[in-house]
Write a protein that binds this ligand. Structure first.
Ligand SMILES: Cc1ncc(COP(=O)(O)O)c(C=O)c1O
Length: 387
């Protein structure tokens, strides 16, 4: 049996590889602490679960959902965007549910890229921004995110040939993996770029609800003109501990939303109605829950950053996300450091190079493990460095 050549084009998915390594260590009886994957360790809100329970008990939710989404879901997203970001959205034409941001980002490639078109993707960045274009026969062109630019891409430096062929641009703030928040002026520049080059700007807003130290993350759509050139993918996964639910929405430019919807009617049959109702209730009534989770991650962020600094790692505490992005110690590259840490101390960190060439020299720690396990993990990192 031979998989398609398109599948051969992409490297193995980073976390699939990590899961394999972790499983092998566990089989050897090693107490592995995984700081690799960003998957919240505490439950979803009671209100979310109770709403699902009641909705699932109603046979009215048991048939095929509509790819357009239930009015309750779309109206809840619109009310949330207005209250939280000051962004007005028309629930009829500017909001459609998505089965997680990952699904949505991938399918945007199918909806907008022809063979040999270009998608501009952040480097380092979430792997689907590059894997997605490759899987549809298009080309991801990397936009370096450098610490000295606050991890903002330099849109003026994009090669003219790539610019002419570009149809999509992926941005993501607060940013995975760097933890950076939206750099001043970037969203405005992106609107200009999208307009001048007929590029759909896709802002992945997976981490807007997880922020610290008084920072409140904006929506890309709050930027003047953004809705003319862009969409935002908002996910409930991280901010509301709902990774397992596959609940997100794509919002913004109505023509882009229509194209995504049209594509999706050929691919799946929408989000379970009971999940839509639970997600709607969450957006309506769980602001406090998201704030409390941010407080948990802030505490863990400080714990990790203090410990890393104490062992000489020069780390900048992020203002958002569930990640710490830190330089690897001298004498290692990111892969050899991740390998070393796993071998010596049973701790899994993500090698920065797996997020793109400009992730080289860094490693990523996810804060989605309980405080005592984090403390133990950092202690093990300390010993492995000393040894
Ligand atoms: C930037 C970014 N986008 C999307 C996702 C996936 O989100 P979802 O669970 O909504 O598919 C992740 C998960 O790690 C992410 O980091």
């Amino acid at each position: 049996m031979k998989p398609s050549s398109r599948l051969e084009r992409i490297p193995p998915y980073l976390f699939a590889e990590l899961e394999r390594k972790i499983a092998a260590k566990k089989e050897q009886g090693i107490d592995v602490i995984s700081l690799g994957i960003g998957d919240p360790d505490t439950p979803s809100a009671d209100l979310t679960v109770e709403t699902l329970r009641a909705a699932a008990a109603d046979p009215g939710t048991h048939q095929y959902p509509s790819n357009r989404g239930r009015p309750e879901f779309r109206e809840a997203v619109a009310a949330f965007y207005e209250r939280r970001f000051g962004v007005e959205l028309d629930p009829a034409t500017e909001i459609v549910p998505a089965l997680g941001a990952k699904e949505c980002v991938f399918n945007l490639n199918l909806a907008f890229l022809d063979v040999d078109d270009v998608a501009l993707a952040a480097d380092p960045g979430y792997p689907v921004y590059t894997g997605g274009p490759l899987l549809v026969g298009a080309e991801p062109v990397l936009m370096p995110l450098l610490p000295e630019r606050g991890f903002a891409p330099d849109l003026g430096a994009i090669d003219a040939r790539a610019r002419d062929r570009a149809r999509l641009m992926y941005l993501n703030y607060p940013n995975n993996p760097t933890g950076a928040v939206a750099p001043e002026g970037l969203f405005e520049e992106a609107v200009e770029f999208g307009r001048a080059n007929d590029v759909l700007v896709v802002h992945d807003a997976s981490y807007t609800e997880t922020t610290f130290d008084g920072y409140v993350a904006p929506s890309f759509l709050a930027t003047a003109g953004a809705k003319e050139v862009g969409v935002e993918v908002f996910s409930l996964s991280k901010g509301y501990n709902m990774t397992g639910w596959r609940a997100a929405a794509i919002v913004g430019n109505p023509e882009a939303i229509e194209a995504y919807w049209r594509l999706k009617t050929n691919i799946d049959s929408g989000m379970f109605d009971a999940v839509q109702l639970a997600a709607a209730a969450t957006l309506e009534r769980c602001d406090d829950f998201a704030r409390e989770m941010s407080a948990v991650y802030r505490r863990r962020r400080d714990l990790v950053c203090d410990a890393l600094r104490a062992i000489g790692v020069d780390v900048t505490p992020p203002k958002g996300t569930i990640y710490i992005w830190a330089p690897v110690p001298d004498g290692y590259d990111s892969a050899s450091y991740a390998e070393h840490v796993l071998e010596e101390s049973g701790v899994v960190v993500s090698p920065g190079g797996a997020y793109g060439p400009n992730g080289e020299g860094f490693f990523r720690i996810s804060l989605t493990v309980p405080d005592e396990r984090l403390t133990e993990a950092v202690e093990r990192l300390r010993s492995s460095l000393a040894g």
